[in-house]
Design a binder for this molecule. Sequence first.
Ligand code: GLP
Length: 261
Amino acid sequence: MEVIIQQDAEAASLLVAKLIAKALRENPFLVLGLATGGTMEAVYAHLVRMHKEEGLDFSLCRTFNLDEYVGLPPDDPNSYRQYMQRHLFSHVNINPRMTHLPNGMAADLDRECDEYEKLIKRFGGVDLQLLGIGRDGHIGFNEPLSALLSRTRVKALTPTTVAQNAIYFGDPHKVPRRAITMGVGTILDARRCLLLATGAHKAEIVAKAVEGPVTAMISATALQLHPKCTVVVDEAAASKLQGHEYYRWIFQTEPEWAEFR
Ligand code: GLP
């Protein structure tokens, strides 16, 4: 795992967008794993700008989102499908048929989860998986006690997650109680993972995820097992990391980061 500390949320999200853009330029057929949440909005805004101003081409890329609420149709404004439309898909030249999210309205949800896994495999697996982190340390919707080898499945959301997401729904009673999510094992299969966390409210969970013991109680800790995982944080989210001096030194001195300094 490598941790990159940027001055503020703007710089951190720009760096993440640049890493995605670089991967996409190197491989136009990139299989990109996508995430939702407030933190990602800035990343998608940068990607849209890069598409418009620099001609960043999405036409051949394929995407798989981490998760979707159970019981929300794709045209519901709070569905993650609509989130993706709003923040990325409708602003870039991506082929809509190459954008995938689990179907939270499927009559047979277990089957839908199996099909999602198979589809990811059929496309050759995820090359680059973008990740946020929930306040309880979940990645995707892998709530506490998610098996570290879990696959795509239905997960019940914790009261913390429901409360955290209630701001988008207005009424907390309208927040779905379950979601389909890629499993921790599904996420670990990605060739590269890229986690973005910003803001002081994420500092404690980032420290636990990066420097704490690996535990199913905090699914993000499983990323410590991944051979190529980059965690990008701003100063506020990095404030509780013990090894921050070492992480800064890596970013300042290692040749692979030269173009991003
Ligand atoms: C939701 C998503 C997660 C995301 C999290 C954090 O729970 N399922 O994938 O990481 O929100 O959201 P935010 O970026 O708004 O803090």
